[in-house]
Design a binder for this molecule. Structure first.
Ligand code: ZN
Length: 251
């Protein structure tokens, strides 16, 4: 397999919001990271798989202090946390992240077939390697201890922007969203993203909590949602996704 020229791509998706992705990772596993530029400090929402170094490869983006937040415990969001001095994770996912617990693999044969749909075993989840000699089978996630343990209502103050923590359990117990009232901006993690293929049957998931979290989002005067996967979307699509989910799961 060829070695990638650059591991990360980034583009501005809204005022002061840069989306960072790992284009050589199969869409099945490819998550979004978002860097929010603040007057005094930056906020990094999720950190990808940790296959390559964010700090080294995107040094022009990370020359200012940034606090790295994980929307939840899963390895496609927490891989780069260990590279940052300030790390924030919700109380109910912090221990799992600190101990690098839970499933983490780049090998397609490690995934339950029912999760994979059309994929063939033996096919790779990477379309390029981050560097010469990289071994897919050696991939591990670094443990990352939170320097700040988050609860509902906590605030990230970037100087000119303020994001409030919304506890949105369901996908995982410590799933969070980040809400900026002033601009109607929601970072929704894996609670809701554009494709609507939402995962609520993992051992750490809870469908009843998930339904309640989704219903809660109906009340937010959202302008734009930046999800943990897929493209960003607006309020109308958010309400469609919530209605679909609630119709499928609420009893
Ligand atoms: Zn997840």
């Amino acid at each position: 397999m060829r070695v990638a020229d650059r591991w990360f791509d980034h583009e501005t998706v809204d005022d002061g919001v840069i989306r960072i992705v790992e284009p050589h990772v199969d869409p099945f596993l490819r998550g979004n990271m978002y860097l929010v530029r603040g007057r005094e400090r930056d906020l990094l929402v999720d950190t990808g798989l940790g296959i390559a170094s964010l700090r080294e490869q995107l040094d022009e983006l990370f020359e200012r202090p940034a606090v790295a937040v994980a929307t939840h415990r899963h390895f496609d969001h927490t891989g780069g946390l260990h590279e940052f001095d300030e790390v924030a994770v919700h109380r109910d996912d912090a221990e799992s992240v600190a101990n690098a617990e839970g499933f983490a693999s780049l090998r397609i044969e490690d995934y339950p077939p029912e999760e994979l749909g059309g994929y063939d075993v033996g096919q790779s989840l990477l379309t390029a390697l981050p560097h010469e000699g990289f071994e897919v089978g050696d991939y591990r996630v670094h443990p990352a201890a939170a320097t700040r343990v988050l609860d509902e209502g906590d605030v990230f103050d970037l100087g000119d922007r303020r994001f409030t923590v919304l506890h949105l359990p369901g996908h995982t117990p410590g799933e969070i969203g980040l809400w900026e009232e002033q601009t109607g901006t929601l970072f929704s993690g894996d609670c809701v993203y554009e494709s609507g293929v939402l995962l609520d049957e993992m051992p750490e998931s809870n469908i009843e909590d998930y339904v309640a979290s989704m219903r809660r989002l109906l009340d937010l005067p959202v302008r734009i949602v930046h999800g943990g996967h897929d493209d960003s979307f607006g309020r109308e699509r958010l309400h469609e996704l919530i209605d679909q989910y609630v119709a499928k799961r609420a009893l």
